[in-house]
Design a protein around this ligand. Structure first.
Ligand code: AMP
Ligand code: ZN
Length: 135
């Protein structure tokens, strides 16, 4: 898609710090890393978010995320790993070309991602949500 920076990065029209590439994806280092090694999986084709991605490509992205996380964990000797994928502005997405964050985590590193405020699920909310969401 014209004017999409991630299309240009994924397809090599702008130089990137690439750590993996195949026919469908490029994995690059994030320009503003949350931790050492923070990388992004970018599909070469443009999809704004996971809802636009075809299922076969979504499945390939999940398998690639697992493989990259294993490889990066080994190389970086990190202590944990977040695989994060934001959809929509309200969810923190700022670049509207599907991407998966690969975020190595370190014991003494910053507390990021899974530190959102939580409150207990009430019985009433639980019943209502199960009614609403059960497939
Ligand atoms: P999100 O908030 O999930 O949309 O993530 C967008 C990510 O893209 C952020 O972590 C940015 O630091 C990163 N980013 C934006 N522009 C570039 C770029 N030119 N090269 C590499 N990473 C980028
Ligand atoms: Zn794009």
């Amino acid at each position: 898609m014209a004017d999409c920076i991630f299309c240009m990065l994924a397809n090599g029209q702008i130089p990137t710090a690439t750590i993996y590439e195949d026919e469908d994806f490029r994995v690059i280092l994030d320009a503003n890393p949350a931790t050492r090694g923070h990388a992004l999986i970018l599909p070469k084709a443009h999809f704004a978010n996971v809802f636009e991605m075809p299922e076969d490509l979504t499945a390939k992205a999940a398998v690639l995320a697992k493989k990259m996380a294993a490889h990066m964990s080994e190389q970086l000797q990190c202590d944990g790993f977040n695989i994060v994928q934001n959809n929509g502005e309200a969810a923190g997405q700022t670049v509207f070309h599907y991407h998966v964050h690969l975020i190595p985590r370190y014991k003494d590193g910053p507390r990021i991602v899974a530190n959102w405020p939580q409150s207990p699920l009430t019985d009433e909310a639980k019943e209502e949500l199960v009614r609403e969401l059960k497939v």
